[in-house]
Design a protein around this ligand. Sequence first.
Ligand code: C5P
Length: 218
Amino acid sequence: TQTPVIAVDGGAASGKSSTSRRLAARFNLMHVDTGSHYRAVTFALVQAGVSPGDAAAIQSHLKGLKLGEQIDGQSARICIDGQVPREEDIRSEAVNAAVSPFAAVPEVRQFLYQYQRSQAAVAARAGFNGLIMEGRDIGSVIFPDAPLRFFLEADEATRAARRAREGQTDSIAERDRIDSSRKTAPLRCPEGAQRVDTSHLTLDEVVDLLAEAIEQTT
Ligand code: C5P
């Protein structure tokens, strides 16, 4: 099955999550937040006492985890061993601090690769019109052939203001620094993707801009 896939990448607080959710509702797409996948795996590894520097321990712990998904309205949430991880666990300070170091480990990315690719078929089976997946490497690594790939950016002042408004306290700049400089699947605008600077746009304007591109392609 060739399910239409829309890739939305960008740094932390670039607006990609709110935008993707709105587009999912507008076009009846299944929404997948891959940041939550890295957070869920990080939580499991932290709980197991595994450190990001120990690739062998990461590998052997991941081997024992079974991934699935639970569809919750417009979104598919990752399940590990049959459980959807709790929001308060995957958005904790401990996970905020550990997620970028773990996401830089090739074994962790490899572990999620097939699972993330498989979400296109999940969306089709569940009767959605397509899949909208947000992350850091969706348009570059997971679905490089998707006809619609967007990269959202915002200047530092805008990101700081959004972060403050949302009450986020973690060091987003530090995560972006680690995510952009890692060797495997670094955060950057995929070749051929549409780059959108959201600094001076409202959420409605960003949604409309992407919606127009989607309507032209489908
Ligand atoms: O999207 P969110 O900010 O929740 O992502 C948390 C972290 O997960 C990112 O800072 C990054 O380290 C990692 N991530 C990634 N690749 C993705 C999505 C998230 O490396 N596709």
